[in-house]
Design a binder for this molecule. Sequence first.
Ligand code: 13P
Length: 247
Amino acid sequence: MADRRKLVVGNWKMNGMKAQLGEVEAIGTLAAAHPGVDVGLCLPATLIAAADAGKGGAFVGAQDCHMKDSGAHTGCLSAAMLAEAGATWTIVGHSERRQDQGESDADIAAKALAARAAGLKVILCVGESLDVRDAGDAEAVVSAQLLASLPDGAAGDWLAIAYEPIWAIGTGRIPTMDAVDAMHRALRDALAGRIGDAAQAVRILYGGSMNGDNAAELLAIADVDGGLVGGASLTAAKFAPIVQAAA
Ligand code: 13P
């Protein structure tokens, strides 16, 4: 098996004010104490610059970027702007943006390329609805979604994938360990079909109700290379057992 460093990333979504910068600092300290794990926080853009100063051993990332460098796109942020603020990673294609903002697979591939051009590393999210899961089509549908949103030049030194079943996000429900195992294998196979052996170096994270109670079991699955964590990343106390489980 390829030697992939575990990557544990908090996604704060639309949470976090300056009052929470102490949690960023505490997570930075936690990250510095676990140098064998890549630890980061994808924050609201308003906190990126301030968080950069106190990030310790963690990296600071964004949650989205625009696919264009600049222009008449009111309210949007370019990858270069986020990089200048201190982000070194960004999420693209989170299911909440696919749903709320109607982002297409092509949009997401374009955003990933724009992020890379600005020097950001990228976490590309994919995942199925409960209907798809119940119909037994999850691996095929999510593999197709991955290939449709995969940017050209995909490689492990700048791109990670996050498998986030939509029905597991914020619900406290997670797939069976066998289902996670099957999905992560399917995604790596799909990647290998597109980029060959380079697929072995691409980290595939699990996301969706990951917490201190289930992280160790999830992270022990061969093709689970880390986690993308929502609610349980908002405080260092909740995030710590997940980072420890990855170490
Ligand atoms: P929760 O960990 O809150 O379920 O969120 C997962 C997620 O969407 C991370 O991007």
